[in-house]
Design a protein around this ligand. Structure first.
Ligand SMILES: Nc1ncnc2c1ncn2[C@@H]1O[C@H](COP(=O)(O)OP(=O)(O)OP(=O)(O)O)[C@@H](O)[C@H]1O
Ligand SMILES: [Mg+2]
Length: 241
C-alpha cells in the first residue's frame, strides 16, 4: 500500500514456547479507521502488543510513518506517535479522572484546549473530573482510557475491543466519538468483534485467524458480500460455541 501509515510484513511473535503470530501482513492506510476482526484467540491483541513492542517480533518487519520500529522499545514507539488503549480499561482506579489525564500527558502539562476538546467527545470526563476513576462505570472508564490515549496528539491510535461488556447506549456514544475522531488528523486501528459496530465506521478491514491475516480489503466490499461475511465472520461465530 503506497501511503500506509503502518505496515506489518511477515511478522512472527513467540510468547514463551508458543508460536502465536505466524506471518502477519497488515497495512493501515493513513487517515480514517481500519478494523481488525477475528475470533477469540486469533491473535488480534498479540498483534497490537507486538506493534507496541510489548512482545518482540521474532521475524518480519514493522514500519510506522517510514520508520522501522520492529526493534524499538515501547516508550520510543509511543513517542513516535502511537497510542494504545488495551482490552482491559487502562485507568488508575485510585486517582481522579484529572490525575489520570495529567499522567497521560508525559511531554509536559496538559494543554487546556486539548482537555476541552477531549471532554467534548466524552462529557463524562468533565462531569467526573475530580472523582476517583475506579468509581466510574465500565463505559465511563473506557472513555477515560481513550481520553488518556488522546492526551497528546498522536498519529495512530490502537484500540482493543472498546465495546466489550458495554451497554448499547454507551457503545453508540463511542461510535459517535470514533466517527468524529477519524474525521480529524488521527488514524485509528480498531479491534472489534462486533461487526455491526464497525461496518459503518471502518474504511478498510482485515480479518485474522490462527495468527495470520486471512482477508484484507475495503469495508464496503465486505458489507456488500454476504457470502464472504458468512465465510469470514460465520467462522468466528462457530468458534464461539
Ligand atoms: N501471555 C500469553 N501466554 C501464552 N499464550 C498467550 C498469551 N497471550 C496470548 N496467548 C495466546 O495467543 C493466542 C492469541 O491471543 P490474543 O490475545 O492475541 O487473541 P485475540 O484475537 O486478541 O482474542 P480475543 O478476541 O479473545 O481477545 C491465543 O491462543 C492465546 O491463548
Ligand atoms: Mg484480544
Amino acid at each position: 500500500m503506497p501511503d500506509a501509515l503502518l505496515t506489518l510484513a511477515g511478522v512472527h511473535t513467540h510468547i514463551g514456547q508458543y508460536h502465536i503470530l505466524q506471518g502477519v501482513d497488515l497495512a493501515v492506510p493513513r487517515g480514517g479507521l481500519s478494523v481488525l476482526l477475528g475470533r477469540n484467540g486469533a491473535g488480534k491483541t498479540t498483534t497490537l502488543r507486538t506493534i507496541m513492542g510489548m512482545w518482540q517480533a521474532s521475524a518480519g518487519a514493522i514500519h510506522f510513518d517510514g520508520v522501522d520500529i520492529t526493534r524499538m522499545a515501547t516508550p520510543d514507539i509511543a513517542r513516535a506517535g502511537i497510542a494504545y488503549v488495551p482490552e482491559s480499561m487502562a485507568v488508575f482506579s485510585e486517582l481522579t479522572v484529572r490525575e489520570n489525564m495529567l499522567l497521560a500527558a508525559r511531554n509536559g502539562p496538559l494543554d487546556q484546549a486539548r482537555v476541552d476538546w477531549i471532554c467534548d467527545f466524552f462529557p463524562a470526563l468533565k462531569k467526573f473530573w475530580y472523582y476517583p476513576a475506579g468509581k466510574l462505570s465500565g463505559g465511563q472508564k473506557q472513555m477515560v482510557a481513550i481520553g488518556r490515549a488522546l492526551a497528546e496528539p498522536r498519529k495512530l491510535l490502537l484500540v482493543d475491543e472498546p465495546t466489550k461488556g458495554l451497554a448499547p447506549a454507551i457503545i453508540n456514544s463511542l461510535i459517535a466519538a470514533f466517527a468524529e475522531l477519524k474525521a480529524l488528523d488521527t488514524t485509528i486501528l480498531l479491534v472489534e468483534q462486533n461487526f455491526s459496530v464497525v461496518k459503518s465506521l471502518g474504511e478498510t478491514v482485515s480479518v485474522m485467524d490462527d495468527g495470520r491475516v486471512v482477508h484484507a480489503g475495503s469495508m464496503a466490499a465486505l458489507v456488500a458480500d454476504d457470502a464472504l461475511q458468512q465465510r469470514l465472520l460465520g467462522l468466528s461465530l462457530d468458534s464461539h460455541q
